[in-house]
Design a binder for this molecule. Structure first.
Ligand code: MG
Length: 360
């Protein structure tokens, strides 16, 4: 997106977790003023100002020369930089859904004071954000979050015990990082997105419906009080929500592939199988509990997915880990960063202990 609009989008800072080679090659191309490696303590040689760790991320996210922070950190590690950007009154193009999931209450309480704005980059939330332009807030009846259903939508429950890492990493419509690809296969991603939507759009959990839509053409929908349902559609292409968040409220030209309306195109919608995928029920349980329960839900899933990717637990154990943590963790008010960080830490410990006990 930045390459297409070099006059308007100037990359001020770039960050990675640990992929220094990618950071260096992109720095050469985009000539940022600062580079950041959040997952390493030091040791990069460069002519460019270099910062490290979580502090480095917060430094670039709140830097006075920055207008827009694109937060695409993976997982809970993205929360502090979102909070830093919020305190500094930035526009936050949010791809790190965990910021909203774990810090939604806190971010909403800060929004009066600091004048920041959050524009979703998550494709479903971008779709809802766009559809909401069709009416006013009191006119909204429901938000309809679509899900591809992941690679195991049609797999019989009896086969779930044998799902391998390789199978879970083969997503039918989107090409993404490993964590989110596994989350798409368990529908934990949709659970996280459900929580994200509640805090982002200020609706009640029961105003959000999850619908399986295998083609990933309709990215989500809004139903208004008169029964009108507005959908946002396109070929799956993340450049669209990214560009929308950067230029909002304007739309810019994008060379996205056309929808094939000249060929027969069928769009399918169905209800998710909640027995096969208990993730949605668990996400609703976390929302009902409130406080740091969404942070516990997220932490448990992060630990479980890491263990699954390392082949220490089975695919179905991911559900067991999250369920266990949700029933064991101590809930706290989520109105400050310390208690959210504490809840995350404690939930990770409970999850790790459960996984270790399972292995014996
Ligand atoms: Mg999404």
């Amino acid at each position: 997106v930045a390459e297409r609009f070099p006059e308007e989008l100037n990359i001020f800072a770039l960050s990675v977790n640990t992929d220094i080679a990618a950071l260096k090659s992109q720095a050469e191309k985009y000539k940022p003023s600062i580079i950041c490696a959040s997952g390493v303590a030091g040791g990069i040689t460069s002519d460019i100002e270099t910062v490290y760790g979580q502090e480095g991320l917060e430094y670039i996210a709140s830097h006075p020369d920055v207008d827009i922070v694109v937060n695409a950190v993976s997982g809970f590690a993205g929360l502090r930089s979102t909070i830093a950007a919020a305190h500094a009154g930035k526009r936050i193009a949010l791809a790190n859904k965990e910021s909203m999931v774990t810090g939604g209450e806190l971010l909403n309480s800060l929004s009066q004071k600091h004048g920041f704005e959050i524009i979703p980059v998550d494709s479903e939330h971008s779709a809802i954000f766009q559809c909401l332009k069709s009416g006013s807030k009191p006119e909204v009846r429901n938000l309809i979050l679509t899900s591809s259903g992941g690679p195991f939508r049609n797999l019989p429950p009896a086969k779930f015990a044998g799902i391998t890492v390789e199978q879970a990493l083969a997503h039918p419509t989107w090409n993404m990082g490993k964590k989110i690809t596994v989350d798409s296969a368990t529908l934990m991603n949709k659970g996280l997105e459900l929580i994200e939507a509640v805090y982002m759009f200020g609706v009640k959990p029961d105003q959000i419906e999850i619908v399986i839509h295998p083609q990933s053409i309709v990215h989500s929908m809004v139903e208004f009080v008169d029964g009108s349902v507005i959908a946002q559609m396109s070929k799956p292409d993340m450049r669209l929500p990214i560009q929308y968040a950067l230029f909002y409220p304007e739309r810019r030209d994008l060379d996205i592939a056309d929808l094939p309306f000249d060929n027969p195109v069928s769009l399918q919608f169905e209800s998710p199988d909640q027995d096969k995928f208990p993730s949605l029920r668990m996400a609703r349980q976390a929302l009902a509990a409130g406080g740091t329960a969404p942070a516990a839900f997220n932490a448990a899933d992060e630990v479980a997915v890491a263990a699954f990717l390392e082949k220490r637990i089975k695919f179905v154990d991911i559900f067991a880990v999250v369920d266990h943590v949700l029933n064991k963790f101590a809930n706290l008010p989520a109105d400050n960063i310390e208690s959210i960080v504490e809840a995350d830490k404690n939930s990770r410990a409970i999850a790790s202990e459960f996984i270790a006990a399972k292995g014996n």
